[in-house]
Design a protein around this ligand. Structure first.
Ligand code: PXP
Length: 241
């Protein structure tokens, strides 16, 4: 069974809608852990639209499972990560105008910069994961950077499953499965995430050897209706089954 990392950005999104103090993502992270989450993921974006630096610093002190900081590969963010020392950094591409991360990182196109960043983080004992599309040249490039993890972008699979036609989702699943196996054979640990929900997570959770799934929107969306504890427990139960 893959581990479950809960992305709690949307708790901060609700807080930032009013620029007030609640709901506090720090409290949410504790509830997720009590409900069985194996880790907490948070994305500190350049525009600080949801998570704030204060959140990540406090999460570092309070998360007892595993803290995964998603961030853009910039010098400013690298300095912040080295100051805070999360357990893992996941490098993601970032565009100001996007609603959410839209695609994988072009590791192949920025291999030198990313390798330097991986080395700096490793020197501080921070594991590094690279968020990539299920494409062979990106996996090969990820291996060359020395990163120990990749996170496969499941966004296309998820939208094909939820809104696509015919067996489009199965084709996306085969691609993800093949690249997960290639990556593992090359020595990488493989995470996956983006767009996963209670309907479409099953086939992804069955991919052999996956280490962790990072899931945010669907869990927090369900939590608004049934409570965070139940929403996390429902997802943990699905992964176990
Ligand atoms: N993984 C990465 C790299 C992401 O950027 C996100 C969204 O912040 C997620 C996983 C979680 O995606 P979702 O909110 O669609 O579950």
């Amino acid at each position: 069974m893959p581990k479950l990392g809960v992305n709690i950005d949307h708790i901060a999104t609700i807080r930032e809608a009013r620029k007030v103090r609640e709901p506090d993502p720090i409290a949410a992270a504790s509830l997720c852990e009590l409900a069985g989450a194996d880790g907490i993921t948070a994305h500190l974006r350049e525009d600080r639209r949801h998570m704030q630096e204060r959140d990540i610093r406090l999460l570092r002190q309070t998360v007892t499972t595993h803290l995964n900081l998603e961030m853009a590969p910039t010098v400013e963010m690298l300095q912040f990560a080295i100051d805070v020392l999360p357990d893992m950094v996941t490098l993601v591409p970032e565009k100001r105008e996007e609603l959410t991360t839209e695609g994988g990182l072009d590791v192949a196109g920025k291999i030198e910069d990313i390798t330097r960043m991986v080395n700096s983080l490793h020197k501080h004992d921070v594991a590094v994961s690279l968020f990539v599309d299920a494409e062979l040249h990106q996996i090969k490039a990820a291996v060359r950077t020395g990163a120990r993890f990749i996170e496969l972008h499941t966004g296309q699979y998820a939208s094909a499953y939820d809104f696509g036609e015919g067996n489009e989702w199965e084709e996306e699943l085969v691609k993800l499965d093949n690249m997960a196996q290639v990556a593992q054979k090359s020595g990488l640990m493989v995470n996956a995430g983006h767009g996963l929900n209670y309907r479409n997570v099953g086939p992804i959770a069955e991919i052999k050897g996956l280490w962790e799934l990072n899931i945010g929107h669907s869990i927090i969306g369900r939590a608004v209706l049934v409570g965070l504890d139940r929403a996390v427990r429902d997802m943990v139960a699905l992964l176990r089954d």
